[in-house]
Design a protein around this ligand. Sequence first.
Ligand code: ZN
Length: 133
Amino acid sequence: MVKHISHIGIAVKDLETGIAFYEKLGLKLEAIEEVPSQKVKVAFFPCGDTRIELLAPTAEDSPIAKFIEKKGEGIQHIAFAVDNLPQGLEKAQEEGILLIDKEPRPGAHGADIAFLHPKSTLGVLIELCKEKH
Ligand code: ZN
């Protein structure tokens, strides 16, 4: 059901610092977007078929702020692109994988997203993502 890696989500304390670092690697900033429902600001860097997605908290109770508090900055999630998200979630459930999101919800970049529970994914926070491009 998975097509390719849509993006890799990386938690950073400060978006500008994160952007400056990835620009040093030669990646080009595509867009910055705020996702109020997740209390994050997101910066996208296309990298081949995938994107680096920097996630910076916009509030202290943001899930990203909590992640950084617990684990520090670094890779927060991996997003796999799927053709059909509701079907993908159904399939995951059939396989006995726990879901954080039972229904798709709007993510950054106009995509529909849903997270699988890291308890049933060997510790990796996995997002399934129906891209809109
Ligand atoms: Zn994501």
